[in-house]
Design a binder for this molecule. Structure first.
Ligand code: SF4
Length: 548
C-alpha cells in the first residue's frame, strides 16, 4: 500500500480520536471542521507564546511516513540533555485524587509528538510535557512501552475508521459533547432523544445564525474587497457600504451586480456563501466551499437511488407540509364562526390528501395529492386577505413564470429568497442539492432544495406575506412594476420583501420536537442535518416539526 492509499494521520486527529471516535470520523473522514471560540482562543494562546518564548523551537512541523504521522508540535525543549515535546493547553488538567494528570486526548497527542521527535531527529525521548495554563500546572507524560503501545493501538483504530463507511455512534459520555466543537453537526442530543423520546435534549445547537446576509440589489452595484471587509459601491451617489467579512454568513447578488475576484476570494476564505439571483428573486448559482464532502454525498446517492427510501421520505415531507397548511388556515379562522364556515370547503382537499398519503403507492400519486391540497390551500389563503387590503394586491390564481399579478410577484420573490436560504442550509450540511427524493430534476431547479423548502413555505413566507398584507405594508404602485404580461417588484418592493424575510429568519421559536428555542435560520440548518441522518444510520428525526 503506498502513501496515496494510506496518507499520514495528523497528530491532531489522534487527539480527536482519543476524545471520541465519532469526532475523529466527522473530522478526518467526512472532513467537517468547525473553528469555534475555543479553537480561536487556543490559536491566540499559541501565537502569544510564540512571541514570548523567543529562541525556543516552536510550532515545528514534522512528518514521518514510516510512523504514518504528521503534526506540528507547540515546542521542543531540551531537558537534562534530551529533547522533549512541550504542549500548551488553555484549560485545566485532569485530577486523579490530588494528582494532576493529562487528559487522555492530550496524553495521546504528546506521545505522538514524542514518537515523531525521536524518529525525525534520531534522538531518544523519555517524556513529553503538557502545560495547563488555567491552573498553572505542568504534567509529565512518560514515553515508555505502555505509551508506545497506546500510540500503536490508536493508529490502528484510526486507520480502520478511515476505511469504514459507517459513522461511529455518539459517545456514551454525554459530558464530552457539551465541550465538543462539532456538536452542532453531530447532533448527539437529538440522536439520543430519537432513541429515548421521553428524554429532554440539551440544546447544543446554536440558537442564532453566525452572521447576517448582505443583499446587493442596486442595479450596477459593485462588490470589492478592502482588507478583511467587503465594500459595496453603488453607481449613483449612495455612500459605500462596508461590512467586515466575519460578520457575514452570505452575500446575495440580485440582478446585474458585479463582484471582484478579490472579494470572491475573501468570501471563500471565510466560508461566506455567494449567491446570484435574478431581479425577480430566482436563484441562479451559488459559490460555497464544498471540499471533502465525498462520504456524505456517497451516502446520499446510495439512499436516494432506492425508491422505497424516497417514497418514505416523500410521505413524511408531504404530511408535514399539508398539516402546516391546514393548521395555518384553521388557526387564522379560529374564533370567527363566519370565517370558519367560509374556510371549511377549502380544507376538504387538504384533509382528503392527508388521509390518502399513508397508502400512496408511489411518488406520482403523492404529487397528485399534494397538488390538490395546494389548490385548496391557496383558495383558503385568498380568504385570509382582509377587506382593507387594496384590490390589486388580492389573490385570484397561482401564476409563476412570469407572475401575472402583485400577489404572485411578491409570493414568488419570497420563495426565491427561501430557495436561497435552503440551498445555503443544504450545502452547509454537505448534501448534494441536485439529488432529491420528492421533486424530479428539471432545469434551473434543485430537487433537494425544493424538497426541503416544502417544510418552510408556510412559516417562513406565506405567514409573513399574509401578515404584512393585512397590516397594509404593501403599496400597489411604488412597490411593484407592472406591464401587460408580467408584474415584478420594484427596488423598494424588493427591499421590503428582503427586510421581512431576513427579520423572519432571525425570529426564534420553540422547536416542537427537540423542545428548545432557535431561530428560523438555524431551524433550516437543523432540518437539513436531520435529513442527512435519515440515511446515515439515525433515521426518524426529519420533518417532525409542525406549526403550532
Ligand atoms: S458531539 Fe459528542 S458524540 Fe458527537 S463527535 Fe462530539 S463528543 Fe462525539
Amino acid at each position: 500500500m503506498n502513501s496515496h492509499d494510506n496518507p499520514s494521520l495528523r497528530v491532531m486527529s489522534l487527539h480527536a480520536l482519543a476524545y471520541c471516535q465519532r469526532l475523529f470520523y466527522l473530522e478526518e473522514v467526512e472532513e467537517i471542521r468547525v473553528a469555534d471560540d475555543r479553537v480561536y482562543a487556543g490559536r491566540e494562546l499559541h501565537s502569544s507564546l510564540e512571541a514570548d518564548e523567543e529562541g525556543e523551537q516552536t510550532q515545528l512541523e514534522m512528518a514521518d511516513p514510516a510512523l504514518g504521522l504528521v503534526g506540528k508540535v507547540d515546542a521542543i525543549r531540551r531537558r537534562d540533555g534530551s529533547l522533549l515535546p512541550y504542549e500548551h493547553k488553555r484549560g485545566r488538567c485532569q485530577k486523579e485524587g490530588k494528582t494532576a494528570t493529562a487528559w487522555p486526548s492530550d496524553r495521546l497527542q504528546v506521545i505522538a509528538y514524542a514518537a515523531l521527535i525521536q524518529s525525525v531527529m534520531g534522538q531518544p525521548v523519555a517524556e513529553g510535557r503538557i502545560r495547563y495554563h488555567a491552573d498553572n500546572t505542568t504534567v509529565r507524560v512518560p514515553f515508555d512501552d505502555a505509551a508506545r503501545q497506546d500510540l500503536a493501538d490508536a493508529i490502528a483504530t484510526a486507520r480502520r475508521l478511515r476505511e469504514s463507511t459507517e459513522r461511529p455512534p455518539v459517545t456514551e459520555n454525554e459530558r464530552l459533547c457539551v465541550h465538543c466543537s462539532l456538536a452542532p453537526v453531530c447532533l448527539p442530543e437529538e440522536v439520543r432523544q430519537a432513541e429515548h423520546p421521553e428524554r429532554e435534549p440539551l440544546r447544543l445547537f446554536p440558537p442564532d445564525r453566525d452572521g447576517t446576509s448582505l443583499h446587493v440589489i442596486k442595479p450596477g452595484a459593485h462588490v470589492g474587497r478592502s482588507g478583511e471587509s467587503l465594500v459595496v459601491h453603488s453607481p449613483d451617489d449612495t455612500p459605500d457600504v462596508k461590512r467586515p467579512v466575519r460578520e457575514l454568513e452570505a452575500l446575495l447578488l440580485h440582478g446585474p451586480a458585479q463582484i471582484s475576484t478579490q472579494a470572491l476570494n475573501l468570501c471563500s476564505e471565510h466560508d461566506v456563501a455567494v449567491h446570484w439571483l435574478t431581479t425577480s428573486g430566482r436563484h441562479i448559482a451559488s459559490l460555497t466551499s464544498t471540499a471533502g464532502q465525498v462520504q456524505r454525498r456517497l451516502r446520499q446517492y446510495r439512499a436516494l437511488a432506492d425508491e422505497a427510501t424516497c417514497l418514505r421520505l416523500a410521505k413524511v415531507l408531504a404530511s408535514a407540509k399539508i398539516e402546516s397548511q391546514h393548521r395555518y388556515l384553521l388557526r387564522t379562522s379560529r374564533g370567527d364562526e363566519h370565517a370558519r364556515e367560509t374556510m371549511l370547503p377549502h380544507l376538504v382537499p387538504l384533509r382528503s390528501a392527508l388521509a390518502s398519503i399513508k397508502d400512496a403507492p408511489d411518488r406520482d400519486s403523492l404529487r397528485g395529492f399534494e397538488g390538490s391540497a395546494a389548490v385548496g390551500y391557496f383558495q383558503g389563503l385568498a380568504q385570509l386577505i382582509g377587506p382593507t387590503v387594496p384590490e390589486p394586491l388580492h389573490y385570484s390564481t397561482r401564476s409563476r413564470r412570469p407572475p401575472l399579478d402583485r400577489f404572485n410577484a411578491v409570493l414568488s420573490f419570497g420563495y426565491g429568497l427561501l430557495h436561497t436560504a435552503v440551498m445555503r442550509a443544504i450545502l452547509a450540511a454537505g448534501l448534494e442539492p441536485s439529488l432529491g427524493f420528492f421533486h424530479t430534476p428539471r432545469s434551473a431547479a434543485y430537487p433537494l432544495v425544493l424538497d426541503l423548502m416544502e417544510l418552510f413555505r408556510v412559516p417562513l413566507w406565506d405567514m409573513v406575506l399574509m401578515g404584512s398584507l393585512n397590516r397594509n405594508q404593501w403599496d400597489p404602485d411604488p412597490d411593484f412594476v407592472a406591464t401587460k404580461g408580467k408584474v415584478w417588484l420594484s427596488d423598494a418592493g424588493r427591499r421590503k420583501a428582503i427586510g421581512l424575510f431576513e427579520a423572519r429568519l432571525d425570529e426564534t421559536w420553540k422547536h416542537p420536537v427537540v423542545g428548545y428555542s432557535l431561530s428560523y435560520s438555524r431551524t433550516l440548518e437543523l432540518e437539513a442535518r436531520l435529513l442527512e441522518k435519515e440515511w446515515s444510520g439515525e433515521p426518524g428525526l426529519f420533518a417532525r416539526l409542525r406549526l403550532r
